[in-house]
Design a protein around this ligand. Sequence first.
Ligand code: NAI
Ligand code: MG
Length: 323
Amino acid sequence: MRVAVVEGDGIGREVIPVAKRALEVLRPDIEFFPVEVGYGRWERTGHAITDDELRELASADAILFGAVTTPPSPDYRSVIVRIRKELDLYANLRPVWGNGFDIMIVRENTEGLYSGVEKIEHDSACTVRCITRRGSERIARFACGLARPNAFITIGHKANVLKSDVFFREICIAEATAAGVAWKECYIDALCLDILQHPERYAVIVTTNMFGDILSDVAAYLVGGLGLLPSGNLGDRHALFEPVHGSAPDIAGKNLANPIAALRSAAMLLEHRANDREAAHKIEKAINAVRARGVLTRDLGGNHGTVEFGNEVIRELESMIRN
Ligand code: NAI
Ligand code: MG
């Protein structure tokens, strides 16, 4: 198995080495190769990503991705949004679990408000929210496939205001009905509050691109912040695993980033692409063992650095392998 490793920018460069080491310990058979994309590369070469990197990424069995900085500028295109689109990674899975809740946010990942169909003019700017039948059907089907027996999915939308969500909602309902999966629905704004107040009421949530982006950052509150949440970007042929968080320029280069989100993303890679649940489980066990000893990064109230926390997790994994 060949895994492309993209550290990217900011704390991506700090957390991905930890996640990669975990994979190396657990699966010495994996072959890694680095791919450089992102803002740092743009500053150096004038290109954030080229067709060459896209080809390299497409050649991998899986991609382990850190984060990239995207400046809010009119002519810079988000690298991660481009990769998701070009590799057709249409399902963004964002699990959030904790005491008494186990939620899977399934975010459509290739269209909606991140369609890239937009323009800025002198007195106005507009971004087109494209929702297609194909895009909606496949994400709804994906979500239904994740529903547990006798459970339901929740459709998150804003169909009271957006006609594009009237369309999305109807397709989701049709797919759920065809799959024999029960469904509920919630307006996305209300859902952002209710997921915090009653997380136990949710299991699989399916929603459109930007709503899923926002909802998953909101849901990070349930578990102690963005440093903990992993994600998988899945398509029919390619797969990319990355923390939900970004490049965090405010803490980058200071050994403060929590590598748990990246470690859990590596675990998702093992589960989804190597079919190795056991190894994925080991990563979670190691994280929990280290946390239980009070070894925590600053975002969780501790005083350990990224490197120190990472070393503890790796040591834990090594001892699991030996025993
Ligand atoms: P962010 O997720 O980078 O940071 C938000 C806040 O959470 C910051 O205060 C940061 O310090 C904290 N945080 C994030 N990850 C953490 C970790 N592992 N440990 C401890 N604290 C952590 O989001 P922000 O600040 O909105 O964006 C920064 C840059 O990242 C932007 O250029 C943005 O475009 C980019 N970004 C990239 C993403 C990607 O590559 N997939 C996703 C989200 C943002
Ligand atoms: Mg986000």
